[in-house]
Ligand binder design. Structure first.
Ligand SMILES: *Cc1c(COP(=O)(O)O)cnc(C)c1O
Length: 385
């Protein structure tokens, strides 16, 4: 075992079961380990490296900002954050953006906004947030509470009050009382790449509108082009009151964003919320560059590559079904265990992810056709072998 793996195991808290892979450098969808072996990336650092590793334009944008100003705090004005908020508003129609540093923080901001929106209008007591079974919303106490997966709730009691877990069932949802918001992922990512039914989403959205309940779309994984449209909500034909983004937004630097629509654009005022690092100029410069690259041509390519990838995966013997949209796909396997498939793929130079009992693919949006074809042939060998 190399020295770094030893130090990591000795000194870093064991919260991750790491694969036996030490990545030292990367370019596009390819990376190398410490021995110089090459790998095709089908994970993007869990949907983060949307432009792949070390994109040249992105490095330039980040470096240029780094040489001007690395941080100033939110007491003063800086330009990258203002430009990023403007770009996000132009892309999504949102009115206001709150910047933070991760998906969980973006969802925390959304939960706080929903609670205060309801308090301002209706007074105390209307504070419940409905989330869906198998959801994943983060690891902080509030977002972990929002995450409706029993397996993640061991040990950490007591949880925050005011969260209700529902099946994807309108009768069950309609029966809940004192609800201020519904929070959901259009495609449940960590839960196994499970897309929500369009009919259900539309009905739920209508119910929220009619009852002045905020509709919060957690697009931390599905957002920023991942599913073939800038936001996945576009494919469901709705405009959520709040959308949260993180993973792919910064191109590899830590950023979270809560996008608020008309209803709640003024809910959080001075002093109501904040983040020391939120809107950091270097990180926002990276995100501005990512947005400049994710244009209509790029989105069209994501849809085309996603459809081709899905079709070729469906042709693999031992794959029961392929779920997801764009370049966010999940493989349900007939016999093999997803974790074993991923381990075997890594040893053969391809890096997929898992999500529950599925193999999950989140390749960089810029992956080439050749790289995808090569990766599929390895997946095929491993799954059929
Ligand atoms: C990853 C993820 C989060 C949490 O993001 P962090 O940056 O790890 O806090 C929240 N929601 C969804 C849908 C995610 O995929």
């Amino acid at each position: 075992m190399d020295e770094i793996k030893e130090k990591d195991k000795k000194y870093i808290m064991g919260t991750y079961g790491r694969y036996d892979l030490h990545i030292v450098s990367g370019k596009g969808a390819l990376c190398r380990d410490e021995q110089g072996k090459s790998y095709i990336d089908l994970g993007s650092g869990i949907g983060v490296n949307s432009l792949g590793w070390c994109d040249e334009g992105w490095i330039k944008a980040v470096e240029a900002q780094l040489e001007k100003l690395q941080h100033s705090s939110n007491l003063y004005f800086t330009s990258p954050g203002a430009l990023l908020a403007e770009a996000l508003s132009a892309r999504t129609g949102c009115k206001k953006v709150f910047f933070c540093n991760s998906g969980a923080e973006a969802n925390e901001a959304a939960i706080k906004t929903a609670r205060k929106y309801s308090f301002d209008k209706y007074g105390a007591g209307r504070h419940n947030v409905i989330t869906l079974k198998k959801s994943f919303h983060g690891r902080t106490m509030a977002t972990l509470t929002a995450t409706a997966q029993e397996s993640m709730h061991d040990f950490f009691f007591p949880f925050n009050a005011g969260f209700i877990y529902c099946e994807k069932d309108m009768d069950e949802i309609r029966a809940q009382k004192n609800v201020c918001a519904v929070m959901l992922e259009f495609i449940q990512g960590e839960g196994g790449v499970i897309p929500l039914d369009e009919e259900f989403v539309k009905e739920l959205f209508k119910w929220c509108e009619q009852n002045d309940i905020l509709f919060i779309a957690d697009e931390v994984q599905t957002g920023v082009g991942r599913t073939g449209t800038f936001l996945c909500s576009e494919q469901y034909g709705i405009k959520p009151d709040i959308t949260t983004l993180a993973k792919g937004l910064g191109g590899g630097l830590p950023i979270g964003a809560m996008l608020a629509g008309e209803k709640c654009e003024k809910t959080l005022g001075a002093g109501a919320h904040g983040s020391t690092f939120g809107g950091n100029p270097v990180v926002c410069a990276g995100a501005n560059y990512v947005l400049s690259r994710i244009d209509e041509d790029m989105l069209k390519e994501v849809r085309r590559k996603g459809a081709a990838l899905k079709a070729s995966l469906e042709g693999i013997k031992g794959v029961k079904s392929v779920s997801g949209k764009g370049l966010m796909l999940g493989l349900e396997l007939e016999k093999k265990k997803a974790a074993d498939v991923v381990k075997e793929c890594i040893s053969r130079g391809v890096i997929p992810l898992t999500a529950k009992d599925r193999v999950r693919l989140l390749p960089p949006l810029v992956i080439t056709n050749e790289q995808l074809e090569k990766a599929v042939s390895v997946l095929k060998e491993v799954i059929e072998g």
